[in-house]
Design a protein around this ligand. Structure first.
Ligand SMILES: Cc1cc2nc3c(=O)[nH]c(=O)nc-3n(C[C@H](O)[C@H](O)[C@H](O)COP(=O)(O)O)c2cc1C
Length: 189
C-alpha cells in the first residue's frame, strides 16, 4: 500500500506535523510505503476556474501540483493534517484542495481515466486548533466531509486535537495514539 501524508501547516515540527508523523508511523507499521508532502515547501497556486481541465483532466497551471496530482492518483490513501487558521483550513491546504478540480469533468464527475483510481480512495483528516474545544475546527471537517461525500471518497473517522504553541502536541498522548491508529487503519486492506 502507498500512503501519502499531506501537511497543511507551514510550521515544520509543529502540532499537525507531529500528528502526521504519528499517522505515517502507524501506516508504516502495517507495511505501507509512506511519503510526506509539506505543502508550504511546494509552489501551489489557487485554482483560476479556467475550466480547461473539464475537458483535459490536466491543470493548465504549471506548478508543483502537477506532480502532486500524479502522487494522489497512485496513492491508496491520503492522510491530511492541518491546523485551523481563522476558523478555516490554512491557505496552503485550500489551494491544494481546490486544485483537485482537475480530476473532475464539467459535471463534477471524476474524469473517466481517473474514476477507477479515485472512487473509494481512503482519505484521512486530522485537525489542530489552539482553542481547547477541538470542534472549533469543525469547518475544516465539514469541507473535507462534503468533498468526500459528493465524489465518493471514503473519509475515515477524523482525528481532532487542540494545541497552541509549537510542538505542544508532543505531550498529548491521546491525540498521538489516535493519529497512530488512524495510520494503522488506513493502511489495513
Ligand atoms: C494565522 C493563524 C490563525 C489562527 N486561527 C485560529 C483559530 O481561528 N482558532 C483556533 O482555535 N486557533 C487558531 N490558530 C492557532 C493554531 O491553530 C494553533 O496554533 C495550531 O496548533 C497550529 O498548528 P501547527 O503547529 O501545526 O502549525 C491560528 C494560528 C494562526 C497562525
Amino acid at each position: 500500500m502507498k500512503i501519502l501524508g499531506v501537511l497543511g501547516s507551514p510550521r515544520g515540527g509543529g502540532n499537525s506535523d507531529i500528528l502526521l508523523d504519528q499517522a505515517l508511523a502507524g501506516a508504516k507499521e502495517m507495511g505501507a510505503k509512506v511519503e510526506k508532502i509539506i505543502l508550504s515547501r511546494k509552489k501551489i497556486s489557487g485554482c483560476i476556474d479556467c475550466t480547461k481541465c473539464n475537458e483535459t483532466g490536466i491543470c493548465v497551471i504549471r506548478d508543483d501540483m502537477l506532480e502532486i496530482h500524479k502522487k494522489i492518483l497512485k496513492a491508496d490513501a491520503i492522510i491530511h493534517s492541518v491546523p485551523l487558521y481563522f476558523w478555516a483550513m490554512t491557505s496552503q491546504m485550500k489551494a491544494y484542495l481546490d486544485r483537485w478540480c482537475a480530476f473532475f469533468d464539467g459535471n463534477w464527475n471524476w474524469h473517466k481515466a481517473y474514476a477507477p483510481k479515485m472512487k473509494g480512495k481512503r482519505i484521512g483528516l486530522m485537525t489542530v486548533c489552539g482553542d481547547p474545544n477541538v470542534h472549533t475546527a469543525d469547518p475544516i471537517v465539514h469541507s473535507f466531509r462534503a468533498t468526500c461525500k459528493f465524489s465518493g471518497l471514503k473519509l475515515l473517522p477524523v482525528v481532532q486535537a487542540s494545541a497552541f504553541g509549537k510542538g505542544e502536541m508532543d505531550k498529548n498522548k491521546k491525540a498521538k495514539k489516535e493519529a497512530y491508529e488512524l495510520g494503522r487503519k488506513i493502511a489495513t486492506p
